[in-house]
Design a binder for this molecule. Structure first.
Ligand code: 8NA
Ligand code: MG
Ligand code: MG
Length: 345
């Protein structure tokens, strides 16, 4: 039976935190053999393992700020969200933030700042960041807003507080829309799911600024659409190697090299796959597969975990995994409260 909506909400935020915590082990690794991934995952089931709880990173720290802000304000309010990012960074600066974004977070802490979008716009010589930091924290937007237009609009604005390059904020909208569709059960029809995302991104990428940014970065027009078309091609293939996925879609810290990749991980793992244990459910397969790609594993697993968690629901997530990761209960609580907000007439 399909999971009920509350289970999907909880699955989305808990899946996101698990991806971040579990994926942290391999962040930045070039080659991650599948047996190392499976070893890492089976250690989660061992209650006697000595290395303690897996810590979350910037991905979850900022996701929690987004959720807290949306819940407190019962709307998107940029100054409140910006203030929470700055405060969180100040309290725990060692959570593995991107090297550029910390400058934005320091500027956002100033009480004299007039325009909260300005620090992000000053990044990288005025071009803004195209990193995946806006996308990694985008899931709560899909839990706070009902309409696709609102999910898209507010996830972009929320990302712009740190990422003013269109590749950065459009990647955030793509991630939020993928969670939104997954919550609606759209992954039951994978082809339609990817087609819907492509048509959403066509609308977004026709924008003048998106066209100029793509050109400035030597990318083809409609960069997200073309990656999503590659996702579709890879979905049609019987067997795909890890190397092909990395070369076609990427596994890096740029949103363009990680959001479509996370979406592919979810789609690819809708079915059992060679090399992954038969006892694994879909969410476990998705996280395992995300880690095996290497690169920005915490963030790719975090984004894939949110989309997969929204599809399979909270009951698909092993208790042992939940107990192994920091702040799962807090994420679950945020998801329940966002659900209550979502259900308000
Ligand atoms: P960010 O805005 O600092 O961007 C990340 C990096 O991308 C920057 O430090 C630059 O190297 C590069 N970059 C972004 N935009 C431009 C541009 N316009 N021109 C040239 N270079 C650019 O931070 P973020 O919040 O987007 O970072 C997200 C990622 O960093 C997450 O994966 C997060 O977990 C973290 N992180 C990743 C790794 C890793 O090895 N993959 C390690 C530590 C931290
Ligand atoms: Mg991180
Ligand atoms: Mg990362």
């Amino acid at each position: 039976a399909a999971p009920v909506m509350l289970s999907r909400f909880r699955g989305a935020l808990v899946g996101s935190v698990l991806g971040d915590c579990i994926g942290g082990e391999f962040e930045g690794a070039v080659d991650v053999p599948l047996d190392r991934v499976l070893q890492h995952l089976s250690a989660l089931e061992d209650e006697t393992r000595g290395d303690g709880i897996l810590q979350y990173s910037d991905d979850t720290a900022m996701m929690r700020c987004v959720a807290d802000s949306l819940l407190t304000r019962m709307a998107f309010e940029e100054r409140d969200m910006a203030r929470r990012f700055a405060k969180e960074y100040n309290l725990a600066p060692g959570r593995g933030y991107g090297s550029g974004v910390v400058q934005v977070l320091r500027k956002l802490a100033s009480p004299h700042l007039k325009d909260v979008f300005q620090p992000a716009q000053a990044q990288f010589g005025g071009r803004g960041s195209f990193g995946n930091g806006g996308a990694m924290r985008a899931a709560p937007f899909a839990l706070a807003f009902k309409s696709r237009a609102d999910v898209s609009r507010y996830s972009r604005l929320g990302a712009m507080l740190t990422h003013s390059c269109s590749l950065g904020y459009n990647g955030a909208a793509l991630q939020a829309l993928a969670v939104h569709l997954s919550l609606q059960g759209a992954l039951a029809l994978p082809k339609e799911f990817i087609n819907k995302l492509i048509s959403e991104m066509e609308e977004m990428e026709i924008d003048k600024t998106a066209q100029l940014d793509a050109k400035a970065l030597n990318l083809s027009d409609f960069p997200y659409c073309s990656r999503l078309h590659r996702v579709k091609e890879l979905m049609d293939r019987n067997s795909v190697s890890i190397e092909e996925v990395i070369s076609e879609l990427g596994n890096g810290i740029a949103a363009l090299q990680s959001v479509p990749t996370a979406i592919f991980c979810v789609l690819h793992c809708l079915e059992p796959r060679d090399g992954l244990p038969e006892r694994f459910g879909g969410l476990e397969r998705t996280i395992a597969y995300s880690l095996a790609l290497g690169g920005d594993t915490d963030t790719i697993a975090c984004m894939a975990g949110a989309i997969a968690g929204a599809h399979y629901g909270i009951d698909s997530i092993p208790q042992s995994w939940q107990k192994s990761c920091e702040a799962v209960e807090e994420a679950d609580d945020l998801a329940r409260r966002l659900y209550d907000l979502y259900c308000l007439p």
